[in-house]
Ligand binder design. Sequence first.
Ligand code: PHE
Ligand code: CO
Length: 283
Amino acid sequence: MQAGRSEFGTTRSESATATRADFTIEQNWDSYSESDHAIWRTLFHRQESALRGRACREFLDGLVGLGVAADGIPDFDRLNRILGAATGWRIVAVPGLVPDDIFFEHLANRRFPSTCFIRRPEQLDYLQEPDIFHDVFGHVPMLMNPVFADYMEAYGKGGLKALRLGSLHHLARLYWYTVEFGLIRTPQGLRIYGSGIVSSKGESIYALDSPRPNRIAFDLLRIMRTRYRIDDFQETYFVIDSFDQLFEATRPDFTPYYARMKDMQDIGPGEVLPEDIVLHRGR
Ligand code: PHE
Ligand code: CO
């Protein structure tokens, strides 16, 4: 997930390989066991069928474009040839969550940091920290889309600025409610683009079908003021109309927004405000 947590910054170093100054490591693709690949295939096929008619076209196109990912844990070098040709992005291997400045520096240079380890069989349905299935299956298909690819780079640059301005907690919420848990409105109905949803069997059903969560139209400052839950399905999803809308809304310099939000109260994860455009009110 990353940049999910403004309280992130912890680092796990479980790899035998040396960690470089930018926190990257070698993926060591040859060291995956057959059962590691089997876990990937189980997750992949499960999500592939769950996401038909649920994930947005851009995500599904990206998944098809990447191709190689169905047979087992993908080799980053192979994925990077395809991803690089499509949008100039590249996956780099990291041991776990990396410090904020390092994370943003990677994004700002069109490098997506991904973990290498895969969850254990008893963690198929839920895992608190990101693994390679979340990072690659969840994030990389959207990086095949040119507009989203630009948004992620801009986010990285914005992250470095937010750090300098002491506003990371505000900007991290934008990542959470778009990159990780975003929904998009299409003529066929609501669809998923958020990585945290597409990589979770339970949440890919819940986010669209459950009457419990709120579904509220995208509003940049509203989102940056809204706290989120990291331990359960979301209480509120924010819905964009297009990736162009998302990119345009986030194009202005956020410095004055951060200044304005300094004296404003946070909004709770399940709160609905009178000025919200509510597509569905949770119950
Ligand atoms: N325009 C933002 C800023 O000035 C940068 C940004 C772009 C942030 C896209 C998030 C997403 O900080
Ligand atoms: Co993620």
